[in-house]
Design a protein around this ligand. Structure first.
Ligand code: ATP
Length: 369
């Protein structure tokens, strides 16, 4: 497709979900629509999944929603899961949606940018905007979470879940990390393109294998520096020297936990975007969950989901060689930057007093500013 073909049509499956999901999702749809007006044609259709859906129909990811997500050009999601809505085994029904969509769309790379934006105060006082700018590439289809629904509970005395690490699964996510590093400008501290492999290889054979396969894979990328960290030490490095990271690759559960810590360093979960990608499908939602404590109050920070919407446009733009769409993603990030710098229209988690809707309106207004 060339630059003239700027009216390409895309079908976006929207899954609002539970808790604050519908609120932040509506904000993201509003902003994505405004940013793409006049360039590509995006059609948004809503589908049900998650905890409320499970309560209503006994299925957290009904077949018609599954098919719609498979058929869509991309999926935009709010958040799913409610603490009290459980399967008989005690796990959350709504969380099953995320697990199932990752498996059925083979979304093996969960890309979570950790970027401190001007206007947001980091609790890491030595670091300002530009100092924290790295990306997690979390393996998203295997690891510890592959055991979901497959663990054992024996006689109510012994429980076990098995971690799955495969050569193929590790190679492909590490390649994704290396390719991402090639598109970036390196770590803020020294400008070096670097992939940090995070694991617990000093204790578990599965992690030692992950590290070895990652290292072998990165041998194909001599321009990228290889760096290693054991996960417990990594929590300290992320606080003490976040500027030394560029791209971080790790197993699923470790990535889930570490990326929340990363989010805390850039303004909290309300700022942490996320995109889950395979070779054919993309699924975009904030890193945060459904935040039931603030759901329905209209005070959730929509910026993480809005920035995830921008990631969706980047991904679609690059996949379909659609430059106007890529520019629309960039426009959203610039507008979010303006709203944060100006500071009047941010939500309570960023020490403001704006509502979710006011914040989204301000981003839309800033798109052409
Ligand atoms: P999950 O395991 O599903 O990812 P979680 O247990 O990490 O969920 P979240 O739902 O992400 O929990 O929320 C943790 C807390 O962070 C919430 O109680 C809420 O106070 C805050 N939070 C999360 N997202 C937002 C947001 N968009 N705006 C404001 N506060 C948020």
């Amino acid at each position: 497709m060339d630059g003239n073909n700027n009216k390409k049509q895309y079908m976006i499956a929207v899954v609002p979900g539970d808790g604050i999901g519908p609120e932040v999702c509506a904000a993201a749809v509003q902003v994505v629509k405004a940013a793409t007006r006049g360039c590509s044609q995006l059609t948004f259709s809503e589908f049900e999944a998650g905890a409320n859906c499970y309560e209503r129909c006994g299925d957290a990811f009904p077949v018609d929603s599954q098919q719609a997500c498979l058929d869509a050009d991309a999926v935009l999601h709010g958040a799913a899961g409610l603490p009290g809505v459980l399967y008989p085994d005690g796990t959350e029904a709504g969380q099953d949606f995320s697990m199932k969509i990752r498996a059925s769309l083979d979304l093996y790379a969960n890309v979570r940018p950790i970027r401190l934006i001007e206007g947001v105060d980091s609790p890491l006082k030595r670091f300002g905007p530009g100092d924290i700018d790295y990306v997690f590439v979390r393996e998203n289809t295997e690891g510890m979470y592959a055991a979901r629904s497959g663990g054992n509970l024996l006689h109510d005395e012994i429980a076990s879940d098995t971690m799955i690490i495969t050569r193929a699964g590790t190679e492909r996510v590490v390649r994704k990390a290396a390719e991402l590093a090639r598109q970036r400008n390196g770590a803020p501290r020294d400008g070096k393109r670097r992939v940090t492999i995070v694991d617990k290889s000093n204790v578990l054979r599965s992690f030692a294998f992950f590290r070895r396969v990652a290292e072998e894979t990165l041998a194909d990328y001599p321009d990228i520096e290889i760096d290693y960290a054991i996960v417990d030490a990594m929590t300290v490095h992320m606080v003490e020297r976040p500027d030394s990271f560029d791209v971080i690759v790790c197993e699923n559960l470790l990535g889930d936990i570490l990326s929340d810590l990363g989010a805390a360093t850039i303004g909290g979960l309300g700022m942490a975007a996320s995109g889950e990608m395979g070779d054919r499908h993309g699924y975009f939602q904030a890193s945060h969950g459904t935040a039931p404590d603030i759901a329905g109050k209209g005070i959730a920070n929509p910026l993480a989901t809005i920035l995830s919407g921008a990631m969706m446009l980047d991904w679609l733009g690059s996949r379909h060689d659609d430059a106007p769409l890529t520019r629309a993603g960039e426009k959203i990030r610039t507008a979010v930057g303006r709203v944060l710098t100006e500071g009047q229209s941010v939500t309570g988690d960023l020490a403001g007093s704006a509502s979710t809707v006011q914040c989204a309106d301000a981003v839309c207004a800033a798109l052409d500013g």
